[in-house]
Design a binder for this molecule. Structure first.
Ligand code: ADP
Ligand code: GLC
Length: 489
């Protein structure tokens, strides 16, 4: 099968979160199942041309792409995904993509990703490469299903091409003023009277994708159920319920060539389930590097996160004065909203002996935190999948999470399972999005930490869990086949 992946970030070229990790690894897993795979993303300023040996696609050449009646000449560069033969294509248009950040609040944010999507389609036309399926990811590629069925339907080339839209986070929908429909050159009939591209008077990229993709998926089974409710659906629950027969939940996998404590190139001491001595050395190294004292038998709690409301930092904020009374160290890496950056900054000022915070994006430190921490906290209000807790399991770092979305599907609460008679728990979790629930769960984890026998059992349970992409890739193949079978005209 020929499969095209389209998305706005791909590790290691550009990443702000888990989407980058997924698009850096799932295409390789699909390729391993004997498929012809190509990946498409924008050529941002951060994409390192020399390091990744990008070459210009002469066979494609310059393409004039029209947005809002204006023609922009785009170019395409290519290389392979690291350690693979999967080709990735970068849509180059410096006025749109050479910006400080991947995503902006600039007035032309809609045009940036309209251009990107049209450029992807037109690159395929130039290459004469006809995918059986285009796998779109999030709002930045959610117009493609409509484009194939409408704007580009004159080109019979895509007559048999099916689409899958994967929703990685329904909190980001690409909603813009109604004028965006003109920029996107979408027929006004599709907007008015609760049309398929409209939500509350806005033009919505994600809704368009949900309406027009042949199949839709999201990144865990629990989140797939949650987003069909008004509590989690962010206004799109009705549309998702409308498409329920074509909507699937498939848990993300992990690239264990990148996230493996036995081989991780970012950590000073390797370790395994059989020999955890390196883990303790990483902890000592991390504490020292963070200017925190090295007190024995005091747990180190790690956080690596985008600092946004989704991740439950408001709950953390309300719990923090109580949490700081506990005998524990905290190392927190993140960047995001000012209010949360200020909170973390003030925490490390107020508790320099307890808390180290690093505000910014730092891949190396993120690996070190996974390796050196005893626990990993994710009090998310919602979490479509979440990758850090899955990395934590492999690194013997016990996740403490709110039981939602992918967190509910991957972390088994130690006490809950013990109560049922099983010593199979892998972490600690809580239901209520309240500071009290967070505090009492951290307390349970700290108390259990001091029982070394039980703690080692929880670590071992987590480290044996396997979330490799092979299993999820097989599930995607099934969904791809359904999409192709169901392709609507
Ligand atoms: P989300 O995609 O919602 O941000 P995930 O848990 O799926 O959450 O994935 C987050 C990914 O981004 C992980 O690989 C994590 O290590 C990484 N990450 C998040 N914030 C940072 C940061 N400040 N520095 C380095 N890596 C980060
Ligand atoms: C989103 C979600 C996260 C998920 C990631 C990759 O950013 O917030 O939960 O793991 O996408 O699918």
């Amino acid at each position: 099968m020929k499969v095209a992946f389209v998305g706005s970030e791909v590790y290691p070229f550009a990443k702000t979160g888990g989407l980058g990790d997924v698009l850096g690894s799932l295409p390789k897993a699909i390729h391993k199942l004997d498929n012809d795979v190509k990946v498409f993303m924008p050529k941002y300023a951060c994409v390192d041309h020399d390091r990744y040996d990008l070459s210009y696609c002469w066979s494609i050449g310059e393409i004039p792409v029209r947005v809002y009646g204006k023609v922009h000449n785009i170019n395409v560069y290519t290389t392979s995904l690291p350690n693979s033969t999967v080709d990735i294509y970068f849509i180059d248009y410096p006025p749109f993509f050479n910006r400080h950040l991947l995503y902006t609040n600039d007035g032309d944010e809609d045009e940036r990703f309209i251009l990107f999507q049209k450029a992807v389609i037109e690159s395929m036309q130039r290459m004469k490469w006809i995918p059986d399926l285009i796998h779109c990811n999030d709002w930045q590629s959610a117009l493609i299903p409509l484009y194939l069925k409408d704007n580009y339907s004159w080109d019979r080339m895509f007559d048999k091409t099916a689409t899958l839209l994967t929703i990685h986070n329904i909190g980001y929908q690409g909603r813009f003023p109604k004028e965006t429909m003109f920029k996107a050159e979408v027929r006004p009939q599709l907007f008015y009277e609760n049309g398929p591209v409209e939500v509350w008077g806005s033009f919505c990229f994600l809704k368009t994708g949900i309406m027009y993709a042949d199949t839709i998926s999201t990144v865990s089974e629990t989140y797939a159920k949650e987003v069909t409710t008004s509590e989690y659906g962010e206004g799109l629950e009705g549309v998702l319920r409308h498409r329920i027969n074509d909507f699937y939940g498939i848990l993300n996998g992990v690239d264990y060539t990148v996230w493996n404590p036995e081989t991780d190139k970012h950590i000073p001491f390797h370790f395994s389930r059989k020999d955890l001595s390196g883990k303790l050395k990483n902890k000592e190294y991390l504490l020292k590097a963070s200017h925190l004292p090295n007190k024995k038998n005091v747990p180190l709690i790690g956080i690596v996160s985008r600092l946004v409301a989704q991740k439950g930092f408001d709950i953390f904020q309300d719990a923090v004065s109580e949490l700081m009374k506990r005998d524990a160290f905290w190392i927190i890496l993140g960047s995001g909203e000012d209010r949360f950056e200020n909170l973390l900054r003030s925490l490390s000022y107020a508790f320099p002996e307890k808390v180290y915070t690093y505000l910014g994006f730092n891949s190396e430190l993120s690996h070190l935190i996974e390796a050196g921490s005893d626990m990993f906290l994710m009090p998310s209000r919602y979490e479509p999948c979440g990758l850090n807790q899955i990395y934590s399991l492999r690194y013997g770092t016990v996740p403490v999470v709110r039981k939602t979305g992918g967190l509910a599907d991957t972390v088994l609460d130690w006490h809950e399972y013990l109560h049922r008679g099983f010593e199979t728990g892998t972490g600690f979790s809580f239901n209520s999005a309240s500071p009290q629930a967070l505090i009492s769960t951290v307390d349970r984890a700290i108390e259990t930490y001091h029982n070394k026998e039980v703690w080692n059992k929880i670590i071992a349970n987590g480290m044996t869990k396997e979330y490799s992409w092979e299993v999820s890739a097989e599930k995607y193949m099934e969904v791809y086949k359904k999409a192709i079978k169901n392709r609507k005209g």
